[in-house]
Design a protein around this ligand. Structure first.
Ligand code: PGA
Length: 260
């Protein structure tokens, strides 16, 4: 199996049905192409149904941005993993720094959410990354190592299945780069991605570490994508702001596509 590059948009709390329709129309140009990269778009839950057309041959991955840590139950406002899968989501972001910060998500909650998503056959994009204080104090390695240890504390059977079905994507997103326009340098991002791959190799599975996509997030756009994607351990991008502009997002997809 080869390691695939992934370009995944994260619309956060933005978007309307009208924008989804426009996006799908633009995406249509890739429908009949034999792409060597994968495209994903994680939209607010209200838009997944409109994005995921079950009648069409899937050529991109519709996704959610979060799921509940529980299977089902009395949790007003929460969306369970099976509900995302039911409306056609194929992947889900878990542990985004905005959820860790604004929703006070603990490592345990994040691990439980990952487990729920995997139970319902969703590919999981686990977000990890250090904040500005941790970066300034040269604590980034320790922080992301701890985030990986906690997130992957899933039990042997679950990990084995996750590896077998190739359901994991790691998004390295330095918090100080998210939405700030301050993208990490290519050297720094590559070093962190190399560290993550080494961790996966030593603590998860040596062979799987070679095919597991580790994507970069944090102010990626069409101007800096190529330099980042050229790095040997950067296997794509999780793109927030720049994914809201259809033209910009397609420029990034085309950059990634032309590199493979
Ligand atoms: P950004 O967001 O591209 O706007 O920095 C990335 C993310 O939060 O996933």
């Amino acid at each position: 199996m080869v390691r695939k590059n992934w370009i995944i948009g994260n619309w956060k709390m933005h978007g309307t049905k009208h924008q989804v329709d426009a996006f799908k129309k633009q995406l249509q140009v890739f429908a009949d192409q034999a792409l060597l990269i994968e495209i994903g778009l994680c939209v607010p839950s209200t838009l997944i149904y409109a994005l995921a057309d079950k009648n069409q041959k899937p050529f991109f991955y519709p996704g959610g941005q979060d799921c509940s840590a529980l299977d089902t139950g009395a949790r007003t406002g929460e969306i369970a993993a099976y509900m995302l899968a039911d409306v056609g989501a194929k992947l889900v972001i878990i542990g985004h720094s905005e959820r860790r910060t604004h929703h006070h998500e603990s490592e345990q909650i994040i691990c439980d959410k990952i487990s729920q998503a995997l139970n319902h056959k969703l590919k999981v994009i686990i977000c990890i990354g250090e904040n500005i204080e941790q970066y300034n104090e040269a604590n980034a390695y320790a922080v992301i190592k701890q985030q990986l240890i906690s997130a992957l504390d899933l039990g042997d059977a679950c990990l084995e299945k996750m590896i077998k079905n190739n359901e994991l994507i790691i998004a390295y997103e330095p918090v100080w780069a998210i939405g700030t326009g301050k993208v990490a340098t290519t050297e720094y991002a590559q070093t962190m991605h190399g560290f993550i791959r080494q961790y996966l190799s030593e603590h998860l599975c040596k062979d799987y570490a070679q095919i597991c996509p580790i994507i970069y997030g944090g102010s990626m756009n069409a101007s800096n994508a190529q330099a980042l994607l050229q790095q040997p351990d950067i296997d794509g991008g999780l793109i927030g702001g720049a994914s809201l502009d259809g033209e910009e997002f397609f420029r990034i997809v085309n950059i990634a596509k032309d590199m493979h």
